[in-house]
Structures are given as C-alpha cells and as structure tokens.
Design a protein around this ligand. Structure first.
Ligand SMILES: [Zn+2]
Length: 212
C-alpha cells in the first residue's frame, strides 16, 4: 500500500509477472520493459559492442564506449526473435531428447586464437584455433569438462568442452575469456559460448548434445 506498494507488471514478450524497478529482474528496451528470462534468451546474439570514440578535443582523448545492442530492439522485434528461438527449441528437443539430456543448436561457430598475454601461455596453447559454438541451451545444462557429441552432417563426433561461458548481460566473449571469472556452466534457456576441443567439423545448425 502507498509508498511500499508494488506495481505488478507483466512481461509483454512472455506474459510472466516481472519485478520491474531498481532491483528487479527486468530490462528497459527501445519501447518497453522485458523480463530477465526473456533477456537471457537473447544474450550472446545481442551483446554489448565496444568501440572507440573521440572524446571532444581533449589531448589523447579517445575513450572506449560500450553500447548494448539489445536496448535498441523493440518489443515486437523481441517477441518475434524469442518465438523463433522457442520454435527451434521445440524442434531440437523433439528430435533429440531421446538421445540427449542436454541439447544446444549452434547459432554461430567461430575459431579463436587468444594471445598468451591475455589468457596465459598454458591456456593460449590449449585454446589455440579451437572452435567456439554459441547458442541457446535448449535442454539440460552444459559445464566445463563435459563430454559432448556433435551431430554434424549425419555423423556423430565426440569432444570435450574446454570451457563454458554463459552469455552475460554486459560483456562480450573476449572480455569474459580474458577475465576468466565466469560461471563455468550454463543452464536451460540461457545462451552460452561452448569452447570445444575441435579445430574443424562444426557448423551453424549442428546439434551439440550431452547424454546425461
Ligand atoms: Zn519475459
């Protein structure tokens, strides 16, 4: 009541109640507010971009500027993208839940070669030219050290996850990798980067599965 009454708000994307406000699990986008669960579905794909900008005419005045690309999306955009992800999730779990307890469909695959200066000599060697898969955890969970199966062009390839980095709100992949402070696991409905022990043979739309 009065000063302490809480206004109940409904997420316009998923319809769930959300706790908006200063300490709430919600996020302001271009034309509204979405809940934390919907934000999690989009992270990794819509990240924070960093670029350099001239800082007026101050001597040596170049500063690093961060922009959250998710904030520029409208509720309509977000609803469409979240629905697409949920459809893909239903498709993948429908096709593979008999075989795997944990499932992720590769939305993006890229190769990394981190510098020893950034990650240390040992880790730079371990991660050199390894393929990273980004995608939504569609079932179960993935953690560092897991043995997973890549379903690639009808073949099954086993590999180990050298690391798992959840796609957080305010950080890009390299920043997270360098800092190495991340949770080394990701759960269902969360986006993650899976660093595999593979140097080839993974591509977009491949399924990454884990038996248990
Ligand atoms: Zn929501």
């Amino acid at each position: 009541m009065g000063l302490f009454s809480k206004k109940i708000e409904i997420c316009p994307v998923c319809g769930k109640e959300m706790n908006a406000g200063l300490f709430g699990d919600s996020m302001v986008v271009a034309d509204g507010i979405i809940c934390g669960a919907c934000e999690k579905m989009l992270r990794g794909q819509f990240d924070v971009e960093r670029h350099l900008e001239l800082d007026g005419f101050v001597e040596g005045g170049i500063k690093e500027v961060s922009e959250d690309t998710l904030k520029a999306l409208t509720i309509d955009d977000i609803r469409r993208i979240v629905n697409e992800k949920k459809e893909k999730q239903a498709e993948a779990t429908g096709a593979y839940s008999g075989e795997f307890a944990s499932i992720l469909t590769a939305e993006e695959v890229f190769m990394i070669a981190p510098k020893p200066l950034d990650v240390g000599i040992k880790r730079a060697k371990e991660l050199k030219e390894r393929l990273v898969v980004r995608g939504l955890v569609q079932a179960g969970a993935f953690a560092k050290g897991d043995t997973v199966t890549i379903v690639h062009a009808d073949s099954r390839i086993q590999t180990t996850l050298l690391d798992v980095i959840p796609c957080g709100g305010a950080v890009d992949f390299m920043t997270e990798l360098k800092a190495n402070m991340h949770k080394k696991e990701a759960n269902i409905n969360e986006n993650a980067w899976l660093i595999t022990d593979m140097v080839k043979d993974i591509q977009k739309d491949d399924i990454i599965g884990k038996v248990n």
